[in-house]
Design a protein around this ligand. Structure first.
Ligand SMILES: Nc1ncnc2c1ncn2[C@@H]1O[C@H](COP(=O)(O)OP(=O)(O)O)[C@@H](O)[C@H]1O
Ligand SMILES: [Mg+2]
Length: 235
C-alpha cells in the first residue's frame, strides 16, 4: 500500500500541500479529487520525488519514496503517468512503448511486454507503426498508460487521464484501469477533476482543497454525499 503521512510541500511562499495523510490500499483504486489548484499534481510529484517534501513521508510497502530519486521509482514498482499525456511525437507508437521498458531491469523480456500491452490496448496495437503525433487524444492516453505498464509496475499514479477526452473514451479508459486492478492487483492513485467518473471505479476517495485533505472515505460514501459533491466535486 501507499501510505502518505503529514506530507507538506511548497513552491516558495505557496503552500501547495499541507499535512496530507491517507492510505491507498494494495489492489484498489484510490481517487484523489479536488478543484484545479487543489494540490493533486503536487501530491503525485512529491510522492515520486520530483518536488521536494518539506515535511512528512510517503511510503510504498514500507519504503520511503519522497527522499528517493524519481528515476528509481520503476525499480520500486511505481509508475507515474503525468498530466498532459506527453509522448515523443517523432517516434512511432512502438518506439514510445519500448522507451517505457528502459528503466525496468527486471521481469519479462521487452517483446513479451509489448505483446501484453497490445493485447490490453488493441487500438494501440493497430497503430503500432504510426508516428505518435498522428494519434487521437484517447489513443495517446492509452499509449502513455501502455508505456508506463512496460516497466511492469505494481503501483500506478495517474494524473488527470480523462482530461479533454470524450465521455465514451473516458469510459473505455477507466474500464481498462479497473481490469488491470482486478486482474493484476495493481494499486492505483487516480488523480481526477472528473470526480463522477473516477468515483465510479474507485474504492476510496480523498478530496483535496487548498492543499489539505477535506474528506477521505469510501467512494460510494463520497458519491452519495450531496453536500460534498456540490461543494468540492462539481457534480
Ligand atoms: N511549479 C510551480 N510553481 C509555483 N506554484 C505552483 C507550481 N505548480 C503548482 N503551483 C501552485 O500550487 C498549487 C497546487 O497546484 P497543483 O498541484 O498543480 O494543483 P492541481 O493539480 O490540483 O490542479 C496551486 O496554487 C498552483 O498554482
Ligand atoms: Mg493537476
Amino acid at each position: 500500500m501507499i501510505e502518505v503521512r503529514e506530507l507538506s510541500a511548497s513552491y516558495g511562499a505557496v503552500h501547495a500541500l499541507r499535512d496530507v495523510s491517507f492510505t491507498a490500499p494494495t489492489g484498489e483504486v484510490t481517487a484523489v479529487l479536488g478543484a484545479n489548484g487543489a494540490g493533486k499534481t503536487t501530491l503525485l510529484r512529491t510522492i515520486t520525488g520530483l518536488v521536494r517534501a518539506r515535511a512528512g513521508s510517503a511510503t510504498y510497502d514500507g519504503r520511503e519514496l519522497t527522499r528517493t530519486a524519481p528515476e528509481l521509482m520503476p525499480r520500486l514498482g511505481i509508475a507515474h503517468v503525468p498530466e498532459g499525456r506527453g509522448v515523443i511525437t517523432e517516434l512511432t507508437v512502438e518506439e514510445n512503448l519500448r522507451l517505457g521498458g528502459l528503466g525496468r531491469g527486471r521481469g519479462k523480456a521487452g517483446a513479451e511486454q509489448l505483446d501484453r500491452i497490445y493485447a490490453l490496448f488493441p487500438a494501440v496495437a493497430d497503430r503500432r507503426s504510426a508516428l505518435a503525433h498522428t494519434l487521437s487524444g484517447g489513443e495517446r492516453q492509452m499509449l502513455v498508460l501502455g508505456r508506463a505498464l512496460m516497466a511492469e509496475p505494481t503501483a500506478l499514479l495517474l494524473d488527470e487521464p480523462s482530461l479533454g477526452l470524450a465521455p465514451r473514451i473516458v469510459a473505455q479508459l477507466f474500464e481498462l484501469v479497473q481490469t488491470l486492478v482486478a486482474e493484476e492487483g495493481l494499486t492505483v492513485l487516480l488523480v481526477e477533476q472528473n470526480a463522477r467518473s473516477a468515483l465510479s471505479i474507485a474504492h476510496r476517495g480523498v478530496v483535496l482543497s487548498l492543499g489539505r485533505v477535506v474528506v477521505d472515505d469510501r467512494a460510494d460514501v463520497l458519491a452519495g454525499d450531496d453536500q460534498l459533491r456540490h461543494a468540492y466535486l462539481g457534480f
